[in-house]
Write a protein that binds this ligand. Sequence first.
Ligand code: UGA
Length: 488
Amino acid sequence: MKVSILGCGYVGLVTGACLAEIGHEVTCTDNDLSKIQTLQQGALPIYEPHLDEIVARNTQSRRLTFTGDLGEAIRFGDAVFICVGTPPLEDGDADLSAIDNCARLIAAESRQPKLVIEKSTVPMQTGQKLKRALAIYSRNSGYRFTVASNPEFLREGTAVSDFLHPDRIVIGVDDEGAEAQLREIYRPIIERSLACPVHDGSCPPEQTPALVVTSINSAELIKHSCNSFLALKISYANLIADICENMGADVQEVVHAMGLDPRIGHDFLNPGLGFGGFCLPKDIQAFIRLGEKAGVDVGLLKDAESINKRRIDSFLAKVRQALWILKGKRVGILGLAFKPNTDDIRFAPAIEIIRKLQQERAQIQVYDPQAMEKTKPLFPSIRYCADAYEAADRADALLIVTEWPEFKGLDWQRVRELMLQPLVVDGRNLLDSAKMSELGFEYQGIGKPNADGLVPSLPVNQVTRLAAVERYQATNRVRPSSRPVAGL
Ligand code: UGA
């Protein structure tokens, strides 16, 4: 099938390249002409594992093309995927102006009826508005456009694999023709008849992906519900981490045991610096706005968001506690990307951390395997290092902000020798605290008891509470069936 892709960000590029890889003819466009030029010259504007080889192969075979001519791109496809950005407005609502602009262009440039598919993450009812906009903008041409919602569940860093091995494909339609076209587009993935470029022909055993056909409204809601649930799960893990820190337990032990319950699962229970990136933070905000408009109490989502916003401050409080004054101290930062295997720094914890450290006039030296070029324009005056060892060199503290696997494998003995003070604050629990202590580091992770196993100093009311807990436990050992005193 001939497919047009509007928007060459993560979703658009991966969708376009993967649809070409499974046999479709695809042309991609973007209103950022420099991005299109980069792609036409055979380079990629983003780092995403396996994407380069797929783009190279399919541009060579001419199944995948890039054009700066929006009209030409729109006329090319029988199906047009809208993959433009929906960034947050100041009030948290999603900015849908790029979607409206696509509707205008599709209506103006098409010379035949088309299936228009929203792949961008949009609030519920956007599809209905898109349908109406297309009908209004095309009233002179008379072409009829069908609209479908086909939310994307790929994660940056594993986007190609996620696209080609999805656990489900959600199709929101109100038209049988649209459903048939989308089934055809995804047929090689649904039937597992593709030659997978990620696993070299040895894909892990997997089930056929579920094809979920819903209304357009439901498909849109599924996407927001999923991302918000993932955000809730992360904030829940972070809440437990705070309890662990204040009461002397190890969050990794706790979430490990929790995750063994198949109803809970291990995924997205890693506490740390909270959720960043261009999806979870903006999607939970947009979902809160949507819920409010629907007249629903969204306190649960708001709490998850505010737990997330506090993560950076509580992380920096640890650094401040250990270093006392930050002014003039040399702080090494390992990791800038919002997560490993990407160069994306949008809403990355590192950005906020650097900004706050700069306010306190710390000297900052950073290293990230992929994200330094994208960070340089934001912070031109900090030091960008050639490797992790340089970021540790003469540092008073080393902060682990992104859990790149290569940081785990560093020669930590060498790192300790390079540092002025052997203080490591690990925002991702990447390292083994016992081993770090053995190597002579003062190591602080997330949700860990103190090295001496003692509960950190607590406000008086908490200490009183602890004593009460101990009293209760002692009594409870004698009378196992007795119930806790209310309010304890
Ligand atoms: C997320 C969703 O996971 C995808 O399913 C969805 O398709 C995508 O958004 C999207 O809407 O386009 P992504 O933003 O690539 O994918 O990243 P995630 O892997 O979800 O991580 C988001 C953030 O949560 C990262 O900052 C990560 O470090 C953090 N995180 C994740 C945790 O702090 N703890 C965890 O246990 C998991």
